[in-house]
Design a protein around this ligand. Structure first.
Ligand code: 13P
Length: 225
């Protein structure tokens, strides 16, 4: 089981340091933290793998506001999220840029959590399977890559997908791509055990509930039950 905490644009270095001082993780679970860029150097070297929230496809160049895989590796960062729905919605990320980011990160030696998921209107229009097919087709096959299924309508809304919805989407993704699939979208200590108990759910990508060391550790414990 992989339990990854995506902190989004929360926690600078001082808060990151406090979080790690307080964090008490159970053994037997593969926990990962994804702090914002300025906090990466504080988070590495503390006994828990650290991933960035994005990575560019070029080794270097005139790409203001982006960072390369080599720069992340130099900090001790082990991997990166790619294609999170917030990047797709607000920052023009496309299936093509997701593919390029994934390929470069993997070639450079980073691990990748590639994110897919349908919006509410796509689900209501019955397009979920088509959207997942299109998004998954852009994601390279690689042993260092896992996919996170994050239905956009369940992110930060408190509306968790039912375990049946999660299971169905994960099963489809696994037919399309031979990889582990994490679930993301309002995962909390209270619902984690049920979601993680589904046969096609191999872990979780946790947003809001990963910001508190107690609730992040509780979700990690739920993964062991
Ligand atoms: P929440 O857990 O806050 O819904 O966020 C999910 C997410 O986007 C993780 O990447």
């Amino acid at each position: 089981m992989v339990i990854a905490g995506n902190w989004k644009m929360f926690k600078g270095p001082a808060e990151t340091d406090r979080f790690l001082d307080e964090l008490d993780l159970p053994s037997g679970v593969e926990a990962v933290l994804c702090p914002p860029f300025p906090s990466l150097a504080t988070a590495t070297g503390r006994g828990i793998p650290v991933f960035a929230q994005n990575v560019h496809w070029a080794a270097e160049g005139a790409f203001t506001g982006e960072v390369s895989a080599g720069m992340l590796l130099e900090l001790g960062v082990e991997g990166a999220l790619v294609g999170h729905s917030e990047r797709r919605q607000h920052f023009g990320e496309t299936d093509d840029t997701v593919r390029r980011r994934c390929e470069h990160a993997l070639e450079a030696g980073l691990r990748v959590i590639a994110c897919v998921g349908e919006t509410e209107s796509e689900r209501e229009a019955g397009e979920t399977a088509d959207v997942l097919r299109r998004q998954v087709a852009a994601i390279p096959r690689h042993e260092a890559l896992v996919i996170a299924y994050e239905p956009v309508w369940a992110i930060g809304t408190g509306k968790t997908a039912t375990s049946e919805i999660a299971q169905e989407a994960h099963a489809l993704i696994k037919e399309l791509h031979d990889t582990r699939v994490l679930y993301g979208g309002s995962v909390k200590p209270e619902n984690a055990a049920e979601l993680l108990g589904q046969p096609a759910v191999d872990g979780a990508l946790v947003g809001g509930a990963s910001l508190d060391p107690g609730s992040f550790a509780a979700i990690c414990r739920a993964a062991l039950s």
